[in-house]
Design a binder for this molecule. Structure first.
Ligand code: GRF
Length: 201
């Protein structure tokens, strides 16, 4: 399957996908055809360039408004004809045009056990709430914020001594292997959406 990955930061989830491809190019079933970002100068884009992949940057501030940005992101992404789009640490909410084009084919990873702690600060919010377990969720993107059908989750226990960054690092270890597993299965086996359930044969 052709996959476009969207990133905003360090890109370790992207790297995990690239490593899985490199380890078993045929068997894994995923081809990253391009990496997009909403900002320049991030490690995620460097990882893509190191892997010899095309990259593109679509910044909100270069567009008249959010809808124009969303349409530009949609067109740039569509140019690579992805079967799946993976938002891996992409810190923007995609808009109507993007959903109209790629809805049901956008996979996001979130560092909390949805539906708890959606939004940009899932790790911090879980810690502040005082829950004892948290984790990560790989899900399909819909029009809400972290509300789409859940595909898989991984659990991480919170330790007394955790701060946000220590906890996030442990979550990200689980998150990377979960994302690699889920994207590979979606790509190889296909899937169908039944209400809130994502069925992989
Ligand atoms: C991940 O924990 C993702 O869920 C979150 O930001 C992190 C991205 O990490 N929203 P990376 O850029 O893949 O290293």
């Amino acid at each position: 399957a052709r996959v476009v990955v969207l990133v905003s930061g360090s890109g370790t989830n992207l790297q995990a996908l690239l490593d899985a491809i490199a380890a078993d190019p045929g068997g894994y079933g995923v081809r990253v055809v391009a990496v997009g970002a909403d900002r320049d100068g991030i490690a995620g884009l460097e990882r893509a360039e190191r892997a010899g992949l095309p990259t593109y940057v679509c910044r909100v501030k270069d567009h008249a408004d959010r809808d124009a940005w969303d349409e530009a992101l949609t067109e740039a992404t569509a140019g690579y004809e992805p079967d799946l789009v993976v938002t891996a640490g992409f810190m923007k909410i995609v808009g109507r045009a993007f959903l109209a084009r790629f809805g049901g084919r956008i996979v996001n990873t979130h560092p909390a056990l949805l539906p708890s702690f959606p939004g940009a600060h899932g790790v911090r919010d879980a810690l502040a709430y005082g829950v004892k377990v948290t984790g990560c969720t790989v899900h399909l993107v819909d029009e809400g914020v972290d509300t789409g059908p859940i595909i898989a989750q991984g659990v991480v226990e919170i330790r007394d001594e955790d701060d946000e960054s220590a906890l996030h690092e442990r979550i990200k270890e689980v998150e990377r292997s979960l994302l690699v597993d889920v994207v590979g299965r979606l790509a190889r086996d296909g899937y169908r959406i039944e209400g809130r359930k994502v069925r992989i044969p």
